[in-house]
Design a protein around this ligand. Sequence first.
Ligand code: ADP
Ligand code: TYD
Length: 205
Amino acid sequence: MFITFEGIDGSGKSTQARRLAEALRGLGQDVVLTREPGGSPGAEEIRRLVLEGPPDRWSAETEILLFTAARRDHMERTILPALTAGRIVISDRFADSTRMYQGLSRGDLRATVDRLHDLMIGREPDLTFLIDIDPATGLARAKGRNGHEERFEDMGLDMQRRMRAGFLALARENASRFRVIDGARAPDEVAAEVLTLARAALLSR
Ligand code: ADP
Ligand code: TYD
């Protein structure tokens, strides 16, 4: 089973992906926890190219190619081998992030993102948790981390608002794989709901 976490910056995806991996391992499941951009040695190198530097370092089109190249390597080297071996894969972000960040941020490039996805990736997750949060809260949390990977966080609050609306629309369009989670609650409460929904999905397979 292939599970992804999506949402705007600072929504709590990394926290919840880690918590779900730990909880499922505690139940005896074999889990691979991974992330995008990254998740394989080559894709981690591309991560540095896309996340560091000034906001205008790449055009949106070039970014689509770089994120998709990273994802292709991540699929080949990490995700598909693990799924083939019967393991559960949990990824902190996946293709829905490209649909939103590169598809919406600078003009409407969603069709280009989708075409390249069909050509080079061609696979959707079985289950996607959208951790939904007010953008001001998310941005404050993300800024609190004080890291170097700020190219997208620097795009500001208005952009995060459009991303949030875009993610919610995507969840409505793909209701069978999406679960929308209220991320404004305490981490334990969010983790408990995520685990309940993940277990239900695992049992129904
Ligand atoms: P994301 O991966 O979506 O950017 P993180 O899981 O890295 O989010 O969380 C961003 C920051 O907010 C971290 O400092 C984390 O400890 C904190 N955080 C995560 N979940 C919550 C929560 N439910 N309530 C308050 N703070 C949280
Ligand atoms: P991430 O490390 O998950 O950041 P955060 O913890 O702040 O959510 O992702 C880094 C940034 O990369 C994030 O701002 C979103 C962006 N991103 C894209 O623009 N396109 C993509 O396809 C992916 C996977 C991430």
